[in-house]
Design a binder for this molecule. Structure first.
Ligand code: GTP
Ligand code: SPV
Ligand code: MN
Length: 596
């Protein structure tokens, strides 16, 4: 298919406009077929953009390295470009759309000379579902095309549907340009339903269906159209009677979404016969259906997961998912054409090539004496979600799944207990709004620093944060049966700095309590911050953890929370006038409950 064959007038004109700007040698319209994939891979092997992995041991797997300064989302170079600055709010970087188009336009100009511009039609959500949105990404990167093929429903069928309905689409323009970080810009134009990304080749910056469309642009759409786009995993927990409770959970980047979404019941709970169904591991789109309950879909089709720390003990389902047809980015390349990462499976290889392509041996140190890692800490795998052994059979279901509980969570060494339940929807919105987490390697910046990250959406909300909280409150009022809201923290540490809670599969013990609360099967202990489990209501069968440590994990320390309140207040003040009075009200109530 060629440009002249495109019947959708607006689409054709826009591709032409972008091609006039970027000046590619060729335009190629992707059909999403396996033959196309094979051809593109072959070409990328020739140029070195991709390396073919050992096909005997890792069928269908390829390897890619990004530039050394292009290994994580760059939030400081990410902008919301609305006419009115107020719409973007104080938590986003803002740029005037005119200025943004001009600046980025100058960088895009002629940037695809000698390259091909790939036209990537994709659907976020099942094709044709009332939940779904169509995007067209133009990119000069084969790596992007191949990732989009895994991460979204991509190709001919999407384009046909768009033409058939003469539908709307999000205009996504991506160019690698010179991969120059000083000229990198990730721009969102919610009023134009457009995204421009230039000078990056890394994940969330360039797979424009993911964070850019499915969260920043979609959250903006959701506010207007009465739905929600959230940074949440979706999972079903089936009990032995066959009843499935669906849970959506928002944790910041690299805080355990992928792991929780496909957990395997721990040994001690095996006899209870729970089964986990994975619906999504990063993004949820949620709508109130005619039954008054909240239904969710995973708009994605693949997983872009953190490699380090993933192994057959912590996450066997992820290991099974990435056995074939997977793109590995920035991990260690072994001499036998397989890959490895820190805390992965198998023994540490005696040599290989690190994520920058340099010869590597374990224990090597840099000039500062720091150990050189073989895989970058934010190295990732891209794999079809259908390969996950616990995949739900409702992935293509146009209505998604009904959500009974929403869980917020962060990475907090102190303060936040293992789990607590909000008293109401409005209190739950406050709990989400006051979330905080220690920074991880998934974003550039100081690691470990605590930052407030409401609903894990700080870097992803496409409009003013105060208005976003209002939207949450409004949605709750529209639901006949709003989900119960909880907060968890798998990362609380003891005095020595070790995690108090074993995490991973054992987290089911906490989910069990969450489900029991949703079904009114168990009581709770009321504290100032919310309801926490009575010790005897967390099933500790075969878990090597003392009662005392469970007590520590669940403890609510008044002193910590007084400090926490202040930090929340500072953050809410920064959001400014748009902060809903209901959230301030909840803040006041918490103060009262703490007796201050
Ligand atoms: P993004 O893809 O960046 O959004 O990350 P994510 O939220 O999906 O996080 P993921 O599940 O990939 O986990 C990130 C890191 O946290 C990995 O190194 C995991 O091994 C670790 N992790 C996940 N769950 C737990 C847990 O329950 N306890 C502990 N201690 N670590 C965990
Ligand atoms: C995240 O950082 O939340 C990710 C990886 O899931 S990225 O796609 O780069 O945003
Ligand atoms: Mn994520």
């Amino acid at each position: 298919m060629e440009l002249k064959d495109i019947k959708h007038k607006k689409l054709k004109a826009w591709i032409k406009e972008c091609s006039d700007l970027c000046n590619p040698d060729n335009i190629y319209i992707c059909d999403g077929s396996e033959e196309e994939k094979a051809l593109l891979e072959k070409e990328a092997f020739k140029t070195g953009e991709l390396i073919e992995l050992n096909q005997k041991k890792m069928p269908g797997c390829v390897y890619h390295r990004t530039a050394a300064n292009d290994v994580a989302r760059t939030e400081h170079l990410t902008f919301i470009c609305t006419k009115n600055k107020k719409e973007a709010g104080s938590c986003n970087n803002w740029m005037n759309p005119k200025e943004a188009y001009k600046k980025a336009g100058a960088i895009f100009k002629g940037s695809m000379r000698g390259r091909t511009m790939y036209v990537i039609p994709f659907s976020m959500g099942p094709i044709g579902s009332p939940f779904s949105k169509t995007g067209i990404e133009l990119s000069d990167s084969i790596y992007v095309v191949l990732n989009m093929k895994i991460m979204t429903r991509m190709g001919k069928t999407v384009l046909e549907k768009l033409e058939e309905t003469n539908g709307e689409f999000t205009k996504c323009l991506h160019g690698k340009a010179e991969l120059d970080i000083s000229k990198r810009m990730i721009l969102h134009f919610p009023e134009d339903n457009a995204i421009w990304s230039v000078n990056s080749g890394y994940g969330g910056n360039v797979l424009l269906g993911k964070k850019c469309l499915a969260l920043r642009i979609a959250s903006y759409m959701g506010k207007k159209e009465d739905w929600m786009a959230e940074h949440m995993l979706i999972m079903g927990v089936e009990d032995p009677s066959g009843y499935i409770v669906y849970i959506a959970a928002a944790f910041p980047s690299a805080c355990g979404k992928t792991n929780l979404a496909m957990l395997i019941p721990p040994k001690g709970l095996k006899h209870k016969g729970y089964r986990i169904w994975t619906v999504g591991d990063d993004i949820a789109w949620m709508k109130i259906d005619s039954d008054g309950t909240l239904w969710a879909i995973n708009p994605e089709y693949g997983m872009f997961g953190v490699a380090p720390g993933t192994n057959s003990k912590t996450n066997p389902n992820a290991m099974a998912t990435i056995r074939k047809n997977t793109i590995f980015t920035n991990v260690l390349l072994k001499k036998d054409g397989t890959v490895w990462w820190e805390d992965g499976d198998g023994s540490v290889p005696k040599d290989g090539f690190d994520w920058m392509g340099r010869p590597w041996k374990p224990g090597m140190k840099d000039e500062l004496g720091k150990i050189i890692k073989g895989a970058h800490e934010n190295s990732r795998f891209t794999a079809p979600i259908s390969q996950c052994p616990s995949i739900t059979n409702r992935l293509e279901h146009h209505h998604g799944v009904p959500i009974s509980a929403i869980i917020f969570g962060g990475r907090r060494a102190k303060v936040a207990p293992l789990v607590y339940e909000a008293f109401s929807w409005q209190h739950g919105v406050f709990v989400g709004a006051s979330m905080a987490s220690e920074r991880t390697f998934a974003q550039v910046g100081k690691q470990g620093e605590l930052r407030r990250d409401p609903m894990a959406m700080l870097p992803f909300c496409g409009y003013d944060m105060g208005d976003y909280f209002k939207h949450w409150i409004k949605m709750g009022r529209k639901m006949a049966k709003p989900p119960k809201i909880f907060h968890v923290n798998w990362f609380r540490t003891d005095k020595k700095g070790d995690f108090l809670w074993p995490g991973f599969g054992e987290n089911l013990r906490v989910l069990e309590w969450v489900m029991d609360r949703c079904r009114y099967r168990v009581g709770a202990k009321k504290t100032a911050i919310g309801n926490i489990p009575k010790l005897e209501n967390i099933d500790m069968t075969e878990l090597d953890m003392s009662k005392k440590n469970l007590e520590h994990a669940l403890a609510v320390h008044k002193k910590d929370w007084i400090y926490e309140l202040k930090s929340q207040e500072e953050f809410f003040k920064k959001i400014g006038k748009s902060m809903p009075k209901e959230i301030w009200q909840e803040h006041k109530e918490l103060k009262k409950r703490l007796g201050i």
